[in-house]
Design a protein around this ligand. Sequence first.
Ligand SMILES: [Zn+2]
Length: 154
Amino acid sequence: MGFFNNLGKKTTEATTKIAREAKLKMKITENKQKIKDLYMEIGRKNYENHVREEDIDINEFIKDDFSKIDKFSKEIEDARKEILVLNNKKMCKKCFAEINNDDKFCPKCGEKQTEEKTVLEKAEEKLEQADISPKNEKEAKIIKEELEQKNNQD
Ligand SMILES: [Zn+2]
């Protein structure tokens, strides 16, 4: 009984992972196109300004385009990171190569990989240091859930 239940659960997890990855990849493609369009828009505005020969500050016209590009680039970066996490991979901090999550050193450049802690792990560490231990399992569960929620908000 248990075996089949676990099997079902595993399959669902795998399907969710694939769907999530596909969604993230689509987001990356979309954002790349949006950035491309913005580059064109900036070029067009610059050229029109040249043709008009008016002494206006072009930066005022393209300021918003720049912040949009910043936003889309950040979203691409986040999506790439999430895809890595989904596949138990991470990025080398030095050469940005895709490496396994448990690699202690980068196979490409040899850089030592220091663990980047999540908000949840940091908070758990703090609790340990402060020597605050939950009185019972129920309380521990509530604290953990709160931390996880906080972690997901970042
Ligand atoms: Zn490296």
